[in-house]
Design a protein around this ligand. Structure first.
Ligand code: ATP
Ligand code: MG
Ligand code: ZN
Length: 342
């Protein structure tokens, strides 16, 4: 891992964590100030524990046991009293705990698995976001399965217009299910990758964002990039003479990351080198069982024209093709906005 980026993110984590701890502490102090009975009980608890420790220190075995049992009973009583007082003002002990962004690592960036320490997936993802300058990732709080709205898709089927029997709404419901299924089985060998095809403004990028958010939530890492930028980043790497650790790291992530999302496939200018690279990415990831989601607004026919046989045979063979149909949502949203203004 590039140590510069690593250090910078670690610093941000430490600051963030400290901020959350301070906020929790301030909240507790405020509540104690308003409810002195709470701090009184807490003092009693502390004092009791301290005094008992002193007695136990020099006591014989029998006295020790009696004192310990006494302490347990008294502590239990005081703790219950404390909880009752909290309950009166509508709080629980949990309300005094810091609200960390990541439950797994409590915003330390490190998790303990049995006796080993490992970097938490949220930290790995933060490093990926920084190395790839993943701007889309910021949109994940807006575009996710909770904000997914099927109301933008028509209930009326029209075979001539859309080329399918189903209505756009039925169609998107089905695609949404496929996408959720994909997220839930991201590690399965049998789970195919996803290829989103369809005209502009039909929600392909939106659904790709939903998938990214869901997969990150599950503690997996995601590289999300548009095809032109990704291909440029790869070409820069392949044809630069002096490769820094960071560049190498970034390049290798494309093969290793749990999910690779390439948006707007077909908008990049292709050449033979790029075909080879794209093929290498797809092939390596298929062999490693690492999943991919691609989106394009080219038709399959145009894709065949743009990409060579090797790439296409893999796209067709190992991807579930989801065809988006309907009316341009971008346009619909603009019209709604314009109506609001008049
Ligand atoms: N299911 C949805 N719920 C709410 N808003 C949506 C939904 N799908 C798409 N949108 C909104 O519609 C607009 C267009 O969607 P999006 O960018 O995903 O289309 P696209 O298919 O990726 O288009 P393009 O091919 O041009 O990239 C965006 O503003 C997006 O937020
Ligand atoms: Mg898009
Ligand atoms: Zn974490």
């Amino acid at each position: 891992m590039d140590s510069g980026i690593y250090r910078e993110i670690k610093r941000e984590y430490d600051l963030k964590r400290q901020r959350k701890i301070d906020t929790a502490k301030r909240f507790k102090e405020k509540i104690y100030l308003e409810n002195p009975v709470l701090s009184k009980i807490e003092d009693e608890i502390n004092l009791l524990a301290l005094n008992t420790t002193k007695v136990i220190l020099n006591a014989d075995e029998v006295t020790k046991q009696i004192e310990q049992e006494n302490l347990a009973i008294k502590l239990d009583k005081l703790n219950k009293k404390y909880d009752r007082e909290l309950n009166k003002i509508g709080l629980t002990r949990k309300d005094f705990e810091p609200k960390f962004d990541c439950e797994r690592c409590q915003d330390t960036g490190i998790v303990k698995n049995e006796n080993n320490y490992a970097i938490c997936s949220c930290f790995s993802q933060a490093v990926i976001n920084e190395t790839y300058k993943q701007v889309n990732i910021n949109k994940l709080s807006e575009e996710n399965f909770d904000t997914f709205d099927i109301g933008f898709y028509s209930k009326v089927a029209d075979v001539e217009k859309y080329g399918i029997e189903k209505s756009p709404m039925e169609n998107i419901e089905n695609i949404r299910k496929i996408a959720l299924e994909f997220c839930n089985h991201i590690d399965d060998h049998n789970q195919k990758n996803l290829l989103f095809v369809g005209n502009t403004g039909l929600g392909k990028t939106f659904l790709a964002n939903c998938i990214a958010a869901e997969v990150i939530k599950k503690g997996k890492t995601v590289v999300y990039q548009t095809a032109p930028i990704l291909m440029d980043q790869i070409m820069d790497y392949r044809f630069s003479y002096s490769k820094t650790g960071n560049e190498k790291e970034q390049y290798n992530k494309i093969f290793d990351v749990d999910l690779l999302i390439i948006d707007d496939l077909g908008t990049e200018s292709m050449n033979n080198h790029k075909f080879t690279e794209l093929f290498k990415i797809i092939n390596t990831r298929l062999l490693k069982n690492k999943k991919m989601v691609f989106s394009t607004n080219l038709s399959l026919k145009s894709l065949y024209k743009e990409y060579d046989e090797r790439v296409m045979s893999r796209l067709i063979g190992s991807f579930t093709i989801c065809k988006f149909v309907g009316e341009d949502i971008r346009l619909k949203k603009k019209l709604i906005q314009a109506k609001k203004l008049t």
